[in-house]
Design a protein around this ligand. Structure first.
Ligand SMILES: [Zn+2]
Length: 344
């Protein structure tokens, strides 16, 4: 197997030859870079997305106990998102963190420091570690419930966790009559239209229903509370839809500027979370497994887009996607999840 540093990559962004269905022209430019609008058009596209999101924010303000539930990991992007929503848009936010039992202790501290500095209500929810470890192990050994499209953007470990987090945020939005759920996704992590999406929850649950058995058989009976929303919760709420926003998709800001801005809140970068995360100690295991299985780094799409749009230096981008963590450095995480090397 080729090392990540030996792969042929787009000469402009960083996308590698092993990325699913990728093609390059004779100059070595990938198909995404060939189609990328110039910076002026990109800016006007961002402004349009921002205007749509802002109209929705104004429509939603003051309609519930909170304006917005913010999925807050304590990492740099969701910290910036929470700050932006609170300070720039003056929204009444509830910051919610899921403790997956793999949070860096500095990330936990950051959650408390930042929410206190911003003066927002904060909720930490910790699902039973026994459930989470089984979910992680099963996601690694079977691929979990990840579809082909998601494989391009995220590891199987993160995919399950994200599903659980999203579901919990929507539940809280219903409980607190909050019209908006916000995430801290940046360009490349999710499609651009995730800057503002109206989600019909009745439709969402209907579409997911056929998967209930799969979830139960993979993650155990009782897993439905983490991944599904009961009809009664929707019918008892004053709404059957929520608006999902990801404000970072409407901004042109890179990693360095994000970190500089949030340091003013007292945020400190954890040193133990690897190259691609600023909160989670399990992330590197997901990355290593993703590379072994799919032959490209789980962050390729995100990093390539950041580089392509001028938000990340190409050298830094290359570092982020060519240094694959070695399983020998991940024995603590594997032991905790209950995974032997032979099972990968
Ligand atoms: Zn490219």
């Amino acid at each position: 197997m080729k090392k990540a540093s030996e792969l042929q990559r787009c000469i402009r962004c960083t996308i590698p030859e092993t990325f699913p269905n990728i093609s390059f022209n004779e100059k070595g430019l990938c198909e995404y870079c060939q189609e990328t609008p110039d910076s002026k058009d990109l800016e006007s596209e961002r402004n349009q997305l921002q205007a749509l999101m802002e109209a929705e924010i104004e429509k939603s303000r003051g309609k519930g106990e909170y304006d917005c539930i913010v999925a807050y990991s304590g990492g740099k992007d969701s910290t910036y998102t929470l700050m932006h929503l609170t300070k720039h848009y003056n929204l009444n936010c509830l910051a919610v963190t899921i403790d997956n039992d793999f949070m860096s202790s500095q990330a936990v501290k950051n959650c408390y420091i930042v929410t206190e500095a911003l003066g927002v209500d904060f909720l930490m929810f910790k699902p039973a570690p026994s459930f989470m470890m089984n979910m992680y192990k099963t996601s690694i050994t079977t691929g979990g419930v990840q579809n082909q499209a998601a494989i391009k953007r995220v590891s199987s470990v993160c995919n399950s966790c994200i599903n659980l987090i999203n579901n919990y945020m929507i539940k809280l939005a219903l409980l607190h009559e909050a019209p908006i759920v916000a995430g801290g996704y940046i360009g490349g992590q999710v499609p651009k239209n995730a800057s503002m999406l109206n989600m019909n929850l009745i439709q969402r649950e209907q579409l997911k229903k056929p998967l209930l058995e799969k979830y139960n058989s993979l993650f155990g009976q009782g897993s439905s509370k983490f991944f599904f929303i009961k009809d009664s919760l929707i019918s008892n709420a004053n709404r059957n839809s929520v608006t999902i926003i990801n404000p970072m998709l409407t901004l042109s800001i890179g990693e360095e500027d994000i970190i500089t801005a949030i340091k003013d809140l007292g945020w400190i970068k954890p040193q133990d979370t690897g190259r691609n995360s600023s909160n989670c100690l399990l992330n590197d295991l997901g990355v290593a497994i993703h590379y072994k299985k799919h032959k490209f780094h789980a962050y390729e799409f995100e990093v390539a887009e950041q580089v392509r749009y001028g938000l990340m230096d190409r050298e830094l981008g290359l570092k982020k996607v060519t240094e694959i963590p070695d399983f020998s450095e991940l024995t603590d995480q594997m032991d905790k999840v209950g995974l032997a090397l032979s099972e990968i």
